[in-house]
Write a protein of this length. Structure first.
Length: 582
């Protein structure tokens, strides 16, 4: 009986590995399909509340799948534009939380040097160091020798692993962005702060990470141009229009990143200074600005009903206002009162230039980093404040203070516990998106106008819905979504926010869904497996071709393997037949 040749063995292995690697690669590269990811759809009947049931998720997925089918099949047939079987949200935001790109701060050779003990060892041996005696010189030499072997070598290997890890992590994050963007088709994209992993890094490292952010993780994107990132004003220019056609919108905004400043980018109030804020703005865009998108009203009968045509109307031309807010220095004490004043002034201007609460048709989307105040137990992060010992400034915070949170609820959104206030205290329609708490959290803030103590309360979104609190007249409120981090440790999450306009009620509605990839281990495993398979296929082809050419490659491989690996086994094998069972 002849043993199978190495080429044949390789062939057998590949027969198992190739289907496995194809299946896993397909899964990895089409993960939004397997996870049924899609931007939530507006409900079929405008009166129906936005729902996030299994049925509505399936419908949204099917609609997205149809677009892809149409684009791939339709492109070949050169057919007309895609007409969806049901309306699609004109504003679809791909929301990403806390990528936190790591860098040299976690690479030992960067802060310790490369083989530092080897250098000092050489100095001792070359008599370039001071020693009281030869004994001391020898002692130090051996000391360093031990450190070279047991410390430097380890640090060097760890540094290599870290660097590989950083590159892999960049591509892992890029994979999430690229794949979800391709499948779900957002109209806008936002990264909700903590773009890089530390506020303490020097400028070189900061710009290096910014380079990785733009050229690797979010390749093909650009920042929001400074001249479009507007300061709130009474007379403003529209940033653009929504609803250029279902899934056919201009791709300009879908390729722009609306970056939010986080504590790891510019620091907490005790860290934020001109330098840190300045370099963030030069690399990622402004920290405070607004964007205003109009949804044109196409129905002529409806145009007659808006305030511009009918001064008795409370309907405004539908507009989505995006407020990008640096909330890192809202709370006190801040080291730079100048920068804090800028943030306060910005918020005041946002409030002063907002439509009066009595009007309908505008929607405010607030993008910021630190979440609003919530009592212990609502989300994973509980309220937490820490202050610097040297100057008492704010060192760290999990959430905003209650006062700062009120600035969002009663200021920007104009809600009130007083039912007799303008607009019955119901405020402006909107939603708040942020990051910071890597675990993510979906909540509803509300105030009970009929209660004795007028106090802002908060519940998990699901609980608030189950309790019938959402949308009640005497309970004005707003949804706050803390987007789960896109880091591998949190399952590589991507958030999908849809905002659409209900012409019957003349109100905007929003709904949120998530699309997680899974941890980074899967990403690594699939790519390593693919690499092994590719090498295997190349070896197999080479082996087969050489065999066909008459080269006894299998014999040669076998012999050299035997010679290299187990010269002793060869002897043992030679003697086996005689000692075999009889
Ligand atoms: C609001 O306050 C009233 C009066 O105290 C109370 O009866 C009602 O249950 C409260 N509603 C909620 C949702 O807490």
């Amino acid at each position: 009986m002849t043993r199978p040749s190495p080429t044949a063995l390789l062939g057998h292995g590949l027969r198992v590995l190739i289907p496995l690697s194809l299946a896993l690669t397909a899964y990895l590269y089409l993960f939004p399909l397997f996870g049924s990811c899609a931007f939530p759809l507006p409900p079929l009947h405008s009166a129906a509340a936005a729902s996030n049931t299994a049925n509505s998720r399936r419908a949204a997925f099917v609609e997205t799948a149809k677009v892809h089918l149409h684009t791939s099949v339709g492109a070949a047939a050169n057919s007309t534009a895609f007409v969806p079987s049901r309306p699609i949200a004109p504003f679809r935001l791909l929301a990403l939380g806390d990528p936190q790109l790591e860098g040299d701060t976690s690479v030992p050779t960067e802060y310790l040097g490369v083989f530092p003990h080897l250098k000092s060892l050489v100095r001792h041996v070359m008599f370039q160091s001071e020693h009281s005696s030869l004994r001391q010189r020898v002692r130090q030499t051996f000391h360093d020798l031990v450190d070279v072997l047991l410390e430097d070598t380890f640090d060097a290997l760890e540094s290599l692993r870290k660097r590989l890890d950083h590159v892999g992590n960049d591509f892992y994050l890029a994979h999430i962005y690229r794949t979800v963007h391709w499948w779900a088709r957002p109209t806008h994209v936002s990264v909700l702060g903590d773009l890089v992993g530390s506020q303490w890094i020097d400028d070189t490292e900061f710009y290096h990470r910014a380079g990785r952010y733009w050229n690797r993780v979010f390749r093909g994107t650009e920042r929001v141009p400074d001249d479009l990132a507007a300061y709130p004003a009474d007379e403003y220019d529209l940033t653009g229009y929504l609803g250029g056609g279902p899934f056919n919108e201009s791709t300009t905004w879908s390729r722009r990143l609306i970056n939010v400043a986080g504590n790891h980018d510019i620091g907490y109030a005790g860290d934020v200074n001109d330098e840190r804020a300045g370099r963030f703005e030069s690399a990622f865009g402004k920290v405070n600005y607004e964007l205003r998108f109009e949804l044109p009203v196409t129905d002529a009968a409806l145009v007659e009903t808006v305030f511009d045509a009918d001064r008795k109307s409370d309907r405004l031309v539908p507009e989505l206002r995006i407020v990008v807010l640096n909330d890192m220095n809202l709370d006190t004490p801040a080291v730079s009162t100048k920068l804090q004043d800028e943030t306060y002034a910005f918020i005041n201007n946002v409030i002063n230039t907002a439509a009066a609460v009595e009007f309908k048709g505008h929607f405010t989307l607030i993008l910021t980093h630190i979440p609003l105040y919530k009592p212990e137990g609502v989300c994973v992060d509980d309220p937490f404040f820490d202050f610097h010992e040297h100057d008492g400034s704010l060192k760290e915070q999990n959430q905003l203070s209650t006062a700062a949170s009120k600035g969002f609820l009663e200021g920007i959104l104009g809600m009130s516990g007083n039912a007799d206030a303008a607009g019955r205290g119901r405020g402006r329609r909107g939603i708040i998106l942020n990051g910071h708490d890597h675990e993510g959290c979906d909540t509803w803030h509300y105030i009970n106008q009929t209660a004795e103590d007028l106090e802002w309360e908060v519940k998990r979104w699901r609980q608030a819905n189950a309790a019938g609190i959402v949308g009640r007249d005497e309970l004005p409120g707003v949804r706050e979504v803390t987007v789960r981090s896109m880091m591998g440790g949190f399952g590589g999450n991507a958030g999908l926010l849809s905002v659409w306009f209900d012409e019957t009620a003349w109100e905007w509605h929003a709904e949120y869904a998530t699309c997680p990839l899974g941890t980074q281990h899967m990403w690594w495993f699939v790519h390593i497996l693919d690499l092994i398979v590719v090498i295997g296929v190349v070896l197999f082809v080479v082996g087969t071709v050489l065999a066909a050419l008459g080269v006894n490659v299998d014999g040669a491989v076998e012999q050299s393997v035997v010679r290299l690996c187990s010269p002793r086994k060869k002897v043992a094998k030679a003697s086996t037949p005689e000692k075999g069972p009889i």
